[in-house]
Design a protein around this ligand. Sequence first.
Ligand SMILES: *[C@@H]1O[C@H](CO)[C@@H](O)[C@H](O)[C@H]1NC(C)=O
Ligand SMILES: *[C@@H]1O[C@H](CO)[C@@H](O)[C@H](O)[C@H]1NC(C)=O
Ligand SMILES: *[C@@H]1O[C@H](CO)[C@@H](O)[C@H](O)[C@H]1NC(C)=O
Ligand SMILES: *[C@@H]1O[C@H](CO)[C@@H](O)[C@H](O)[C@H]1NC(C)=O
Ligand SMILES: *[C@@H]1O[C@H](CO)[C@@H](O)[C@H](O)[C@H]1NC(C)=O
Ligand SMILES: *[C@@H]1O[C@H](CO)[C@@H](O)[C@H](O)[C@H]1NC(C)=O
Length: 614
Amino acid sequence: MKFSPLVASVYAALQLSLSSALTISEINGHKYLSPYAGQNVTAVKGLVTAKGPSGFWIKSTTLDLDPRSSNSIYVFSSSAGRNLTVGDIITLDATVLEYRSSSAYIYLTELTTPSNVVRISSGNKVTPIVIGEWLLKWPPTEQFSSLDNWDVFGLPNNASQLSVKNPSLNPLIYGLDFWESLSGELVTVKRPKAVAKPSSFGDTWVTGSWRVSGRNKRGGLTSTDRDSNPEAILIGSPLDGTPNPKTTRLGDDLAEITGIVTQAFGYYRILPLTALSVTGSQSPDVAPVTTFTSGGSCSKLTIGSYNVENLTPKSSYLPSIASHIVNYLKTPDLVFLQEIQDDNGATNNGVVSSNLTLSTLIASIYNQSGTTYAYTYISPINLADGGEPGGNIRVAYLYKPTLLRLSPGAQIGGSLDANVVLPGPSLQYNPGRIEPSNAAWTASRKPLAAQWETLDGKNKFFTVNVHFGSKGGSSSIEGDYRPPVNGGIEDREAQANVTATFISRILALDPSARIIASGDFNEFAFVSPIETFQSISKLQDLDVVAGIPEVERYSYLFDMNCQELDHMFVSPAIAKKKGRGGVEFEHVHVNTWSSVAGQISDHDPAVARLDLCQ
Ligand SMILES: *[C@@H]1O[C@H](CO)[C@@H](O)[C@H](O)[C@H]1NC(C)=O
Ligand SMILES: *[C@@H]1O[C@H](CO)[C@@H](O)[C@H](O)[C@H]1NC(C)=O
Ligand SMILES: *[C@@H]1O[C@H](CO)[C@@H](O)[C@H](O)[C@H]1NC(C)=O
Ligand SMILES: *[C@@H]1O[C@H](CO)[C@@H](O)[C@H](O)[C@H]1NC(C)=O
Ligand SMILES: *[C@@H]1O[C@H](CO)[C@@H](O)[C@H](O)[C@H]1NC(C)=O
Ligand SMILES: *[C@@H]1O[C@H](CO)[C@@H](O)[C@H](O)[C@H]1NC(C)=O
């Protein structure tokens, strides 16, 4: 568009007269992006509420009570705040900037290159907003954004972006809108509780005195269908430079927090005035051990499952993994393991065998318990299954040869041998990998199918040990892409289909077959790949069959959520023994409940006690 000089100067004068009187809430607007982004504003008036290493925050002296409005804003400048004191009322000129350090993040509206900073008065009272104190300042507990179509894990991912749609804020319904409506404000969180462990920077997710959904017995928030807890807020680096503690644990109580709401590194966060301090922890101090011990026969077989996080023969924590299997899982009769590395770990030299990794683990278990295990697995093709480069992670089974054996008559499959369900039903390879050449498994772990029996040969059952593709490449749950990108979901979708189709062939031959599929599915029960897995396989989720409350279904901590990546599924013939106490299951929170330093793996193990008698 081209203006005549006259029109242009009238337009400029109009802009000037409009912007000269802007309040901070007008600059922020009622959407994600400022209507004044990129423009210069003059004589913006505000009370200095806090100072940080690269700027300071001001709050309007004429408050807009619209709940969508933030009355505060960040002024980015390493020098302009130097002479200012919290409690000063000032005016300044500046440029309105939408800033983000990555295109995957939500923008922060801020003022930059301030000039004409004039102090009007000093020693004014600064009063934080207490979150949760009145209705309009209660964080929503379920939905993140109006662009998520009511499901933050729904498909398609990244259908739109907040920076493009720039929706009007609805802070009563959407959590991101709520935190955006407080951007720049000084707030107080009363009765904070840690709902995760600190990051390596000491950043810690908390809830406050407000109503929450999804609280589990340990004090964390569990992610459930259409509820992934936007009411939690990350506490970032303290403004006074003190360090947040690194030893905080799930469910810890903290001293009251006052700080500034901001947006950085893909998350809304509060920058506290000073470091967090832990005032109390949950009891008992450590997770309880399982109550399910083996009955030593088919009617009470115990099944463990554990992602042991890149275990090698030389892992310093190998004896601790053994100790978890011995003391917390009570040496289950059969253990599904994931993330067993090859015999020289991440050394990338063509070694793919895991004999030494597994025999070392078995020796450590024997040392600690006198229990003898045998193992079985199939090596991947070197470097073909993803994970830490050179580590060649794979799934494996440990079993008690005094109780169980692999059903005889079939050879162990090779890395590229696709297992086949034969009449019986039985397996062509025992164990054997499921469709190892299918493109679904590119750079991923192939599931290992096996058929087992008690030593009298009378009670047979099948197992499938899985470790689906990771969520690497996901975008932040509080990021710009809505719904967020759930990294690798197409792979997991295809993997679920291939694995479940194989299982369905066993049930087609024998609807009463006993089948257990367990492992790290890298996905939640209410997200598409697991729904596909269940609908094709007809296996049942053991959490549901065993009646574990929804909020207690977790094996992993990520962001603000306790979440379940690890699952065990059973066939109808196993599930139907529930009435006679034949189906018991629990997650053993030995890692999620411990401090970062005390954690042995990033996943919790699980243990089931099942009646597998024919
Ligand atoms: C804002 O002010 C700066 C410094 O005076 C000037 O360089 C810039 O062109 C102005 N921007 C606009 C959009 O008027
Ligand atoms: C701070 O105040 C001193 C003394 O009044 C003055 O010389 C200096 O220019 C001021 N600095 C800024 C960044 O305003
Ligand atoms: C999300 O979509 C936007 C717009 O199409 C695109 O620029 C961006 O790369 C996408 N992000 C991811 C992670 O796919
Ligand atoms: C690993 O052990 C199996 C039997 O337990 C044996 O057949 C195989 O040769 C061993 N592999 C290596 C590389 O030693
Ligand atoms: C088992 O215990 C013996 C004797 O204490 C020790 O020498 C050996 O290193 C232990 N092995 C493992 C794998 O823990
Ligand atoms: C599973 O895969 C088959 C074969 O590729 C396809 O026909 C079917 O639609 C898929 N099922 C689901 C639920 O994705």
